[in-house]
Design a protein around this ligand. Structure first.
Ligand SMILES: [Zn+2]
Length: 80
């Protein structure tokens, strides 16, 4: 899977930043090399994927793992 596809899936879940309620958007996705990350197309090593809250005064970094857990708690998990 591509990073952009993961990002779109997260955006489609309609999650908000837990601290400021700003919607998490696909454009804010970033990643870096991390052994506990996920396999992503076009990367040689596993990537730790995260989304930065777009509210300037917040700017909290939400990891993919945290957002997936939040989606599950809120019953927003989508069947693949
Ligand atoms: Zn925020």
């Amino acid at each position: 899977m591509k990073l952009s596809q993961i990002a779109e899936q997260i955006e489609e879940l309609g999650l908000n930043c837990h601290w400021c309620e700003t919607p998490i958007v696909a454009d804010s996705v970033k990643s870096y090399d991390h052994p506990n990350g996920v396999d992503i197309d076009d990367f040689d090593t596993k990537q730790w994927v995260y989304f930065t809250c777009t509210e300037k005064t917040c700017g909290y970094d939400w990891s993919l793992v945290k957002l997936q857990m939040q989606a599950e708690r809120e019953g927003k998990r989508k069947e693949a």
